[in-house]
Design a protein around this ligand. Structure first.
Ligand SMILES: [Mg+2]
Length: 227
């Protein structure tokens, strides 16, 4: 048995870090945006979503951001630095995440993280949220493996990193499409972490298991009847 984990909203939260970094950047440029204006927030979230889905590059996202606010000299590198600076202020572990990883590692169960995003930021977020337990496992980030969940290639990279037959791997995530449907299509088992009491979409294959707390995953290593 082995475990692959999503990071954002599964092992940790970043509380809108990339969006907040955009706000901080315009503040710095002397062009502050109203922080509570829902229209701006929606536009920036839409832009970041396109970048996260791999539809546009980071440079393109920042260029579009510059156009939106009417500023030409947007520097991607400066935004990245602001993102890094915000990590200790905004990133938090999910309840039970550190404890679960400690338990799995103590039992010798292989673990890895498969996350969509850009490598240096995801690594800093993961290290801050999870500490030493994060350093003991492979961290696969979509920009480095050139594959984005739910693609099969992303989960194939996880299987290779874990070195365990895919049918014995549990993938744990909060996103029904990216995490659960993707893992199931790639032949893994999928645990849907439904900590925000969502309804699972009816048009997607159901998860192998649904959990409301990460601590529920500490039992499989002891319990042979675990699915
Ligand atoms: Mg997630």
């Amino acid at each position: 048995m082995a475990f692959g984990f999503d990071f954002d909203h599964t092992l940790g939260v970043d509380n809108g870090l990339e969006r907040k970094a955009l706000y901080a950047y315009v503040d710095e440029l002397g062009r502050p945006l109203p922080p509570d204006d829902p229209t701006w927030r929606k536009q920036l979230d839409a832009l970041l979503a396109l970048f996260r889905a791999g539809d546009i590059t980071m440079d393109e996202a920042l260029a579009r951001f510059g156009k939106l606010i009417g500023v030409r000299e947007i520097r991607t590198e400066r935004w990245r630095e602001i993102c890094y600076d915000l990590v200790p202020h905004l990133v938090k572990p999910i309840n039970g995440a550190r404890e679960l990883l400690t338990t799995l590692h103590a039992r010798g169960i292989p673990t890895a993280i498969l996350t969509n995003g850009w490598t240096p930021l995801q690594q800093k977020k993961i290290a801050h949220a999870l500490g030493d337990d994060a350093l003991a496992m492979p961290i696969l980030v979509s920009d480095a493996i050139h594959a984005i969940k739910p693609s099969r290639a992303a989960f194939d990279a996880l299987v290779t990193a874990l070195g365990v037959p895919r049918e014995r791997i549990w993938y744990v995530g909060d996103n029904p499409l990216g995490d659960i449907a993707g893992a199931l299509a790639a032949g893994l088992r999928a645990a849907w972490f439904n900590w925000e009491n969502q309804t699972y979409p009816q048009d997607l294959p159901p998860p192998t298991l649904t959990i409301a707390s990460l601590r529920e995953l500490e039992t499989p290593a002891e319990n042979t009847t675990f699915p």
